[in-house]
Design a protein around this ligand. Structure first.
Ligand code: BES
Ligand code: ZN
Length: 461
C-alpha cells in the first residue's frame, strides 16, 4: 500500500458517508441533456457542481458554449509536479421508461450497497470520486501531490460539440497536462479493475418513412397503397444479414482496422463467463457477427442497431389503421478507422437505394463520435495500474469498450498525453436503463483509487 495515502484514508473513514449525501444532492438534479424541457435543471446542475469544486478548494468557472456550459476548475500550486486533467460529464440520459423504476428515477435510493438513481454511475457518481479525492487530499494536507484540472461537460450524452471547440482552442495553455483521467466506464468484473485502451465511435441516424397524406382505414385502403410501417420494416430488415450478423450497408467494413492477434489472444484469456452473461441478460442465445467471440464483437467490431421504432397505433387494444408515417432511430457503433461522417453517408445512400416504391424516406444524421484507440504506456499509466491494483487487490486488465465518450478521441489527437480510462462502475450498473445504480462500496473505493493515483503520479519524474 502507498504509505503516503494512509493519512487521507483515515480522513475518508470519517468523511465518506457525508460525501455520499452530497452525491445524492447532485443526483437529485435531473440534468437530462437531450430534452429541452430540462434546460433549467441542466443549468442548475452545472451551478451545483461549480459550487462543489469551489468548496473543495479549487478555482472554478463556468464556460459558455453554444450548448450547456462547461465547468472548468484547477489547483496548480504543486510546482514542478505533473498535471492531471480530470474529465467527466454532469448530464444524464432520460429516465424513460419511468414506470419501470422501482423508486423515483431522480430520488437517490439506497438498497443495501446499491445507490439507485439516474446518473448514479454514469457519470455523476463516478466523476464525483475525482472531486472528493482532491478535496480529501487538500483537507488532510493543505496541498496536492500534483496539479489538477477539471473539465466537466453537460452534453456528453447527446454528442454536443461545445467541449470539442473548447478543447481544440484551449488545449495549448489552459488544458496543458501530463495525463487525462476519465471515470465513465466499468471494471471488467467485481474485484477485477480494467484500464481501457479503446472506445467505439458512433453514427446516430433517424429514419422517417412517409406514405399517404393521412392515416387510412386499413380495410378500405389496405392492399392499395404502400404502408410506411411495412416499408420501414423492410428497410430495417436489410441492414443486417440474419445469418452472418454482417452489416449490409455497402462499404461499411472498408475502413475497419482488424483486431490484432494479440488482442484476440488477450480477450480469449479473460475470465468471461458466457453462460452467466446470457443469464444476466435473460436471453437464451447470443447473436453477433460470424467469426468473432462475444467480447470481440462488443469491443472490436462495428455494429448497427435499432434504438427505437414508432408510428401507427401504440395504445391499448386494436385499431385498424395504415399509418401515414413511421420512424426509427438507428445507431452504428464504429471502430478505428471508420469515419462517422462517411458511415452516415453510406447509410443514407443505401437506405435511399433500398427504399420500397410508394413511400418517401428521409434520413437524418443526428450526431456522431469518433472511435479511438489509446496508447497506455509509460510511467503515468504504470502509476494508474499500481493505484488500481492496490485498491482492488488485482492487476487491471487492458480491455476495450463498446460504448463511446466522444471527447476522448479529441483529447487523444490534441493533448498527446496518456488518457487513463479508469472506471469504478460494474458491468451490471444498468447505464441508460431503468434502475441505474452505483455500488456505494465502489464509490468509496473509487475515491481511494484516485487518491492513490494522485500520490503515485506525484512520485513520477
Ligand atoms: N459512460 C458512457 C460510455 C460507456 C458506456 C462506457 C458503457 C462504458 C460502458 C457514456 O456516458 C455514454 O453513454 N456515451 C454515449 C455517447 C454517445 C451518445 C455519443 C454512448 O456511448 O451512447
Ligand atoms: Zn457517461
Amino acid at each position: 500500500m502507498t504509505e503516503g495515502s494512509q493519512d487521507v484514508f483515515t480522513y475518508l473513514d470519517e468523511k465518506e458517508a457525508g460525501y455520499l449525501e452530497e452525491l445524492k444532492g447532485y443526483l437529485r438534479i435531473p440534468s437530462v441533456s437531450t430534452d429541452p424541457e430540462y434546460k433549467a435543471e441542466v443549468l442548475r446542475c452545472s451551478e451545483f457542481l461549480l459550487g462543489k469544486l469551489e468548496a473543495a478548494g479549487l478555482a472554478a468557472e463556468a464556460i459558455e458554449t453554444d450548448g450547456n456550459p462547461l465547468i472548468y476548475a484547477e489547483w496548480t500550486k504543486a510546482e514542478g509536479k505533473p498535471t492531471v486533467l480530470f474529465y467527466g460529464h454532469y448530464d444524464v440520459q432520460p429516465a424513460d421508461p419511468v414506470e419501470e423504476w422501482s423508486s423515483p428515477p431522480f430520488e437517490p435510493t439506497e438498497e443495501g450497497d446499491l445507490l439507485v438513481c439516474r446518473g448514479a454511475t454514469d457519470d455523476k457518481g463516478q466523476s464525483f470520486t475525482h472531486l472528493k479525492a482532491v478535496e480529501a487530499l487538500l483537507e488532510t494536507r493543505g496541498e496536492l501531490p500534483v496539479n489538477v484540472k477539471f473539465l466537466v461537460e453537460g452534453e456528453e450524452e447527446i454528442g454536443g460539440h461545445g467541449i470539442e471547440n473548447f478543447v481544440i482552442e484551449d488545449a495549448g495553455e489552459r488544458l496543458a497536462c501530463d495525463a487525462v483521467v476519465v471515470s465513465d466506464t466499468s471494471m471488467f468484473a467485481p474485484g477485477q479493475p480494467a484500464l481501457l485502451y479503446g472506445l467505439k465511435g458512433l453514427a446516430y441516424m433517424e429514419l422517417k418513412v412517409t406514405g399517404p397524406n393521412r392515416d387510412l382505414h386499413s380495410g378500405t385502403f389496405g392492399g392499395a397503397v404502400a404502408n410506411p410501417g411495412n416499408a420501414l420494416s423492410q428497410i430495417i430488415a436489410r441492414l443486417q444479414d440474419p445469418k452472418t450478423g454482417k452489416i449490409l450497408v455497402p462499404g461499411f467494413y472498408d475502413d475497419v482496422r482488424p483486431l490484432e492477434s494479440w488482442e484476440r489472444e488477450e480477450f480469449a484469456k479473460l475470465p468471461f463467463d458466457e453462460k452467466a452473461y446470457r443469464a444476466d441478460l435473460g436471453v437464451s442465445e447470443l447473436f453477433g457477427e460470424e467469426g468473432y467471440s462475444t467480447l470481440e464483437r462488443a469491443w472490436g467490431r462495428p455494429t448497427c442497431d435499432v434504438n427505437g421504432i414508432y408510428g401507427g397505433y401504440q395504445g391499448e387494444g386494436a385499431k385498424t389503421v395504415i399509418p401515414a408515417w413511421a420512424g426509427a432511430k438507428v445507431s452504428m457503433r464504429l471502430v478505428p478507422d471508420q469515419d462517422p461522417g462517411k458511415i452516415a453517408r453510406l447509410f443514407s445512400d443505401y437506405v435511399q437505394e433500398i427504399a420500397p416504391a410508394g413511400v418517401e424516406v428521409e434520413v437524418s444524421d443526428l450526431h456522431g463520435a469518433e472511435p479511438v484507440l489509446i496508447d497506455i504506456q509509460g510511467p503515468i499509466a504504470d502509476a494508474a495500474m499500481v493505484a488500481q491494483e492496490q485498491t482492488w487487490g488485482a492487476r487491471p486488465v487492458r480491455v476495450r469498450e463498446g460504448g463511446s465518450i466522444p471527447i476522448v478521441a479529441t483529447f487523444a489527437k490534441v493533448l498527446n498525453v496518456p488518457i487513463l480510462l479508469i472506471g469504478h462502475g460494474l458491468p451490471d450498473d444498468r447505464l441508460h436503463a431503468p434502475n441505474e445504480k452505483f455500488n456505494i462500496s465502489q464509490f468509496y473505493k473509487g475515491i481511494r483509487t484516485i487518491v492513490r493515483l494522485l500520490d503515485e503520479v506525484g512520485e513520477t519524474a
